[in-house]
Design a protein around this ligand. Structure first.
Ligand SMILES: [Zn+2]
Length: 437
C-alpha cells in the first residue's frame, strides 16, 4: 500500500491532498491537463452504477504505458481508442509492485509511445455496483444518507501518474438526492446534475450526495460564504464555521483577498460516521471543497486552518504545482493561525510535536519523488518546521513580507521562492534554508 499512501491520508489526520485549480480560462497552449467527459447513472441505495464517456490523455512527458485503475465492482463493457494501440485488463491490479484489492487495471500501451503534448482519446463504458465494501484504496462510503465518491473509490478510470484533470460529469441519480462537488453542481432536471469544478484540478473528480443531510450556511465577508454539510445537525457548527471565517480573515489580513473566483466554500463533515472507509482522511479540492475527517474537534479546526490557507497557497496561486509552496506553507500558516487563536502554549506544544516528527524525515524537499510516507513527512513536517526556524531567524514581520511578496509575484516554484528569499534576506539565509531543505 505504500505506493498509494499519499492517497490514503489515513495515518495522519492532518494531511490533506490539496486540489490545485488553474484559472478557468486555462485552455491555453501548454495546458497538459487530461480530460474526462463522463455520464454516470448511480443509485446510492444499491451502489448500482453505469457510466460511459471519454478520457483524453495529454502527455506531460514521455508515456510508454497508461495504467488506469477502476473499481473491480464494475464490468468494462467497451474500451476503445486509436488504431495501433494495445490494451489489456489486469483483473487484480498492481501498482508499484503492490496488489490493490477490489481494483482492476486497464493498461494501454500507446504505439508509438507518447511524448509531451501528444493526445490519446479513449472511450469507455462500464456497469456494475460500487458499495462501501468495494472501496479499498482510500476514503469513501455509499449509503442513501451519505455518499462520498472520490478518486479513492475508483468510480472512474483513474490515472495516478498524471494528476491534473479537467472534467465534465453528468450524473443521473434518484430524484430525492442532492448532489454537491467542487465548483458548481447544478441540477439541470429532476435527478440530473452536472458537475463542473471550474477549471483543471490537481487530484480528483469527486462528488457527494444524500437524501437527508443537513446544511448550515454562513457569510464569511468579502462576498464569500461557507456551507457545512453534515449527517445530523452539528452542535459545533458555530465553532467550525467561525474557524473558517476567522482563518479567512487572518490570511486575508496578510495577503489580501485570494485570487480566486470562488464565492462559496463547501465543507463536508460526516459527523456521525456513515461507515466511511478511512475516516481519518481529509482533503481539499479545487480550493472550495473541503472534506473533513473524523478526529476530535481540536484537530478538525487545525486541519481547517490548513485547508483555508490553500485558498491562497495552491488554489489561490494559479499555476502553482509546487508542493512545498502548497503543503508546507499551508501547514506553517495554519500553525500561525492556530497560535493566534489558541495561544502560545498550544503553539509551543504543536511546534514541539512537529519538530520531533521533522527530525525523523528522510531525504530532501529539493528532490521530492514518488509517493509514500517519506514524501508526506518532508512536506507536512520538515517543510513547516524549517519555515518556523526561518521565522525564528528573521522574525514574523519579515516572514509576512516574504510571503506577501511571493504571493504578489505568483511565485510558482521552490527555486524562485529561494531566489526571493535571497533577494530579501541575503544569500547566507537563503543558502542555509536551501541546505536545510
Ligand atoms: Zn494541504
Amino acid at each position: 500500500m505504500k505506493t498509494v499512501s499519499c492517497l490514503l491520508r489515513a495515518a495522519c489526520p492532518m494531511l490533506c491532498a490539496a486540489g490545485l485549480l488553474l484559472p478557468s480560462g486555462a485552455a491555453m497552449a501548454g495546458d497538459l491537463s487530461n480530460r474526462y467527459e463522463i455520464t454516470a447513472r448511480f443509485d446510492p441505495a444499491s451502489g448500482a452504477i453505469s457510466a460511459d464517456g471519454t478520457f483524453t490523455v495529454v502527455a506531460d512527458g514521455d508515456v510508454a504505458e497508461i495504467r488506469l485503475l477502476l473499481n473491480a465492482g464494475v464490468d468494462i463493457t467497451a474500451f476503445t481508442f486509436g488504431a495501433g494501440e494495445a490494451a489489456r485488463i489486469e483483473p487484480v491490479a498492481t501498482f508499484g509492485g503492490e496488489v490493490l484489492e477490489k481494483t482492476q487495471a486497464i493498461i494501454v500501451t500507446p504505439v508509438p509511445p507518447l511524448t509531451r503534448g501528444d493526445t490519446l482519446e479513449m472511450a469507455f463504458s462500464y456497469a456494475g455496483h460500487i458499495t462501501t465494501d468495494d472501496i479499498f484504496i482510500g476514503r469513501g462510503v455509499v449509503s442513501p444518507g451519505w455518499t462520498e465518491m472520490t478518486l479513492e473509490t475508483l468510480w472512474y478510470p483513474v490515472w495516478l501518474e498524471e494528476s491534473l484533470v479537467r472534467s465534465r460529469v453528468t450524473l443521473e441519480v434518484p430524484e430525492a438526492y442532492e448532489v454537491i462537488g467542487p465548483g458548481e453542481a447544478t441540477q439541470i432536471a429532476p435527478g440530473r446534475w452536472t458537475l463542473d469544478p471550474g477549471g483543471p484540478v490537481g487530484g480528483r473528480i469527486t462528488f457527494a450526495m444524500s437524501d437527508s443531510w443537513v446544511m448550515e450556511a454562513r457569510a464569511l465577508g468579502g462576498g464569500l460564504s461557507a456551507r457545512l454539510y453534515s449527517v445530523v445537525a452539528e452542535p459545533e457548527a458555530d465553532e467550525i464555521l467561525g474557524t473558517v471565517s476567522a482563518a479567512y480573515s487572518y490570511y486575508a489580513g496578510i495577503f489580501g483577498p485570494p485570487r480566486t473566483d470562488k464565492s462559496t466554500i463547501t465543507l463536508l463533515y460526516p459527523n456521525i460516521d456513515p461507515g466511511l472507509v478511512y475516516p481519518n482522511q481529509a482533503y481539499a479540492t479545487a480550493g472550495d471543497f473541503i472534506v473533513m475527517n473524523l478526529s476530535n474537534l481540536e484537530v478538525q479546526l487545525d486541519t481547517l486552518n490548513h485547508e483555508i490557507a490553500h485558498l491562497w497557497w495552491s488554489a489561490g496561486q494559479p499555476g502553482t504545482a509546487d508542493e512545498f509552496l502548497s503543503e508546507s506553507v499551508a501547514e506553517y500558516l495554519a500553525m500561525r493561525r492556530g497560535g493566534a487563536a489558541w495561544g502560545e502554549s498550544w503553539l509551543a506544544k504543536r511546534r514541539s510535536t512537529l519538530d520531533a516528527a521533522a527530525a525523523e524525515a528522510e531525504g530532501s524537499i529539493l528532490t521530492l519523488d514518488g509517493f509514500g510516507h517519506a514524501r508526506q513527512s518532508l512536506l507536512y513536517e520538515k517543510g513547516p518546521s524549517l519555515l518556523w526556524q526561518l521565522q525564528d531567524h528573521i522574525g514574523e514581520a519579515a516572514m509576512d513580507g516574504l510571503f506577501r511578496d511571493a504571493y504578489d509575484r505568483r511565485t510558482e516554484t521552490l527555486e524562485s521562492f529561494l531566489s526571493l528569499l535571497a533577494d530579501r534576506e541575503g544569500e547566507q539565509v537563503a543558502g542555509w534554508f536551501r541546505e536545510a531543505l
